[in-house]
Design a protein around this ligand. Sequence first.
Ligand code: SF4
Ligand code: SF4
Length: 125
Amino acid sequence: MRLRPHHALCIQKFTGHGYDERFTEHMTEICEKLGKHPETSVTVIQGCDEPCAACPNDLAGSCSALEKVDSMDEGVLKALGIRYGDTLPWDKLAARARKNVFETENFEKICGTCEWFGLCRSTSI
Ligand code: SF4
Ligand code: SF4
């Protein structure tokens, strides 16, 4: 599966809320698939990925909030010590995101401006 860096966070904090029904259903499928198959190989990519494919903000392969999400993506790359093009199992990527982002001040630094931050901060995983 191809994921942009900050979606390693969003997938773990997803509780069924999203931009619209299509996005939410698609995100639910992704989360269920990764939950059932944590060994799934994930390649970290720049630009629109699997969750973006059903998002109303995906404008022909580019996010309409590009500046904001680019900054989150860069923050996650740095915090996790990974690079675009790296491939690793979902469970390893998710664990690294928990340790290096959710359990540190990086969470607010990376996600603080996101409209879902309050919800994600109060969501236990
Ligand atoms: S706060 Fe926003 S970017 Fe961060 S995990 Fe939640 S939905 Fe994703
Ligand atoms: S298109 Fe933008 S807002 Fe939509 S899921 Fe992708 S990064 Fe998030």
